[in-house]
Design a protein around this ligand. Structure first.
Ligand code: DGL
Length: 271
C-alpha cells in the first residue's frame, strides 16, 4: 500500500518533497488537479466535490493513507470526508490534512500567543485555522490575512524582488502590527517565498517565527505512522513515486521540478 498526496495543482509537490526527504523508503502517489486549479477562490461545495473525486482516485491507486497537501481542500473538505466518506466506504483507510499539524506547531512555539496566518481567500473565510488553534489553546489571539496574489506570483515564476516585496509587505504589515510572534504559511505555495517573507519579518525588528508546512507535516506524519502500526505495517517500501495530473501543460514539468526539487515524469488522468 502507498501514501497518496493530493493538491489542487503543483504546490503540494513542495509538501511531498519534505515528506519524501523524511521518509524516502515508502511508495508515493501524487495527484495534482491542474485542470481545475486554483481551488482557493472556489465555493466550499465545489472544493468538497473535487476533493472527494481526488480521494477516490488515490484510494483506487492502492493508497491506504492520503495527505491533503492543499490547505484549501484541508479547510473545506477534510472534516466532511473524515466524517462521511471514510466510515461508509473506506473504513480501513484514512485522510489527513496540513492545517492541524501547522496549528499544533504554531501553538507549540508561540510565546506571546499572538499567531498570524496567511492563506488563500477560501481558507481564510472557512475560519479553519482559528478554529483549530482555539481547540488547542483558547488563550490565543489569531490574525489572518488572505493573500490572493501570492499563488499567481509563484506560478508565474515572478522574480522581480521589488514587486514581490511590495505585495508581501502589503499582506504582512497588518499582521506585524498586531505583534504576532509566529506566522503560519498556510498555503502550499508560500514555502517558496519563505526567504522573502523572513526578510520582511526580520526587517520589522520584531522576532517572528515562521511555520512552514513542508517540514512540519513531514515530522507530524512520521510521528503519526510511528503511533499507527495499522497503517505503517501495510505500507510498501520500494521508494517509488508516481505523479498524476488532470491537465498536462509544459509548465507542470517545469514548475513541478521547481516545487519538488527534481525533474518529474507526469501522467494525465481524468477524474
Ligand atoms: N494548494 C492551495 C492551498 O494550499 C493553493 C492553490 C489553490 O488555490 O488551489 O491552499
Amino acid at each position: 500500500m502507498k501514501i497518496g498526496i493530493f493538491d489542487s495543482g503543483f504546490g503540494g509537490l513542495n509538501i511531498m518533497k519534505s515528506i519524501v526527504q523524511t521518509m524516502p523508503q515508502y511508495d508515493y502517489v501524487y495527484l495534482g488537479d491542474t485542470a481545475r486549479t486554483p481551488y482557493g477562490t472556489r465555493s466550499q461545495e465545489t472544493i468538497l466535490e473535487y476533493t472527494k473525486e481526488a480521494v477516490d482516485f488515490l484510494f483506487k491507486q492502492d493508497c491506504s493513507l492520503i495527505i491533503l497537501a492543499c490547505n484549501t481542500a484541508s479547510a473545506e473538505a477534510l472534516s466532511k470526508i473524515q466524517k462521511e466518506c471514510l466510515p461508509q466506504t473506506y473504513s480501513d483507510k484514512n485522510v489527513l490534512g496540513v492545517i492541524i499539524p501547522a496549528c499544533e506547531k504554531a501553538v507549540e512555539i508561540s510565546k506571546n500567543k499572538n499567531i498570524g496566518i496567511i492563506a488563500t481567500s477560501s481558507s481564510v473565510q472557512s475560519e479553519t485555522f482559528p478554529r483549530e488553534i482555539k481547540k488547542l489553546d483558547t488563550n490565543t489571539n489569531i490574525f489572518q490575512n488572505a493573500c490572493p496574489l501570492l499563488v499567481p506570483i509563484v506560478e508565474a515564476g515572478e522574480n522581480d524582488i521589488e514587486i514581490i516585496n511590495k505585495v508581501l509587505s502589503n499582506y504582512l504589515n497588518p499582521l506585524i502590527d498586531q505583534n504576532i510572534d509566529t506566522l503560519i504559511l498556510g498555503c502550499t505555495h508560500y514555502g517558496l517565498l519563505e526567504k522573502e517573507i523572513k526578510d520582511i519579518l526580520d526587517k520589522s525588528g520584531k522576532k517572528i517565527m515562521i511555520v512552514s508546512e513542508g517540514p512540519v507535516v513531514a515530522e507530524k506524519l512520521k510521528d503519526y505512522l510511528s503511533k499507527h502500526a495499522e497503517f505503517s505495517n501495510k505500507l510498501s517500501k520500494n521508494s517509488s513515486r508516481l505523479f498524476f495530473t488532470t491537465d498536462l501543460t509544459d509548465s507542470f514539468e517545469k514548475l513541478g521540478g521547481l516545487f519538488f526539487g527534481e525533474k518529474i515524469k507526469v501522467d494525465k488522468i481524468h477524474l
